[in-house]
Design a protein around this ligand. Sequence first.
Ligand SMILES: Nc1ncnc2c1ncn2[C@@H]1O[C@H](COP(=O)(O)OP(=O)(O)OP(=O)(O)O)[C@@H](O)[C@H]1O
Length: 355
Amino acid sequence: MSIKIENLNKRFGDFVAVDNINLTLPDGQLTALLGPSGSGKTTLLRMIAGLEQPDSGRISFYGEDATDLHVSHRGVGFVFQHYALFKHMTVFENVAYGLTVRPRRLRPDKAAIRKKVMSLLELVQLDWTADRYPSQLSGGQRQRIALARALAVEPKVLLLDEPFGALDAKVRAELRRWLRRLHDEIHVTSVFVTHDQEEALEVSDRVVVMNQGRVEQEGSPEEVYDHPANPFVYQFLGNVNLFHARVGQGAATIGGLRLPVPELKEVENETGLAYVRPHEIEVLAGPAPDALHAVLESLTVVGPTVRLELRADDAKGLIQAELPKTHFRTLGLLQGDDAWLRPLRSKVFLDQHSA
Ligand SMILES: Nc1ncnc2c1ncn2[C@@H]1O[C@H](COP(=O)(O)OP(=O)(O)OP(=O)(O)O)[C@@H](O)[C@H]1O
């Protein structure tokens, strides 16, 4: 147990930004707070940091109540999207800053500071930039220095708010892999805010999916991606297709297709929606008893993958399917052709619960 959040609430005027959140952020792990813009991620992070005061609820660090503890006594390190480095200081001075401003009795001596700063610069693989100024670094390098600076004071908790948000897609992807490797080395309890689902799934040990100030689901990246708890999480974590279904006697019927749904076996006869991811649809060139008829409307080749858009009789909107180019070629399908679809994996939610 590391950070425990209990019944946490925060309003801004009438607006509920954080709505009774209960959460445990495990020791030594990297937890991503993932959600759309305005879902309360930053507000929650700021309350963990002590930069924002909750209206009610408790936050404890390692079993000790920290709700009213000042930010400077919480032992947190920050990296923000626009938390600029000090321009007039070298990289070395920036990283050393948190140590040099300590009261004299707590301040390490000069040699110890040098050793610590250089080891952190090696950790972020930028020791060769020690004498440079921030303006002489790339955006990605600056964020790595910001991370080294946050780690210099040995925080108990590292808080990152969209740290790579301002960088281009390629640098961003590189940095998140780098952050993952770095975390595997240092294991500091970390909370990472992002609205990018791919980033959350790739970087973190645990994902907390937020919406409208509440936690929709928390779990490992595999759990939340493979077993979304509700329609919101399903739709937020990647593309998904919806099929109209009739649910009863433990099965969902879509046109002539029957999908077993043992978890809804109590349901007698209700409407539902079956959620199917694009790569979990098998596309056939000929009819099959357990497949749905569709027409191939368009296709796009993206590297080794082909993305198809199909119009199917029982679907809500166009259906997207994704398959390897080599497999698509063997089907011999052309735009306008009839095709048949077979969901390989699906999750059915009753209609009243869907978004
Ligand atoms: N100081 C404030 N005063 C008034 N409203 C605020 C304040 N801070 C945040 N909010 C509102 O609270 C809601 C949640 O904001 P928050 O920044 O926590 O969301 P977020 O999930 O981090 O979004 P984003 O990804 O856009 O940063 C938003 O609607 C925002 O406008």
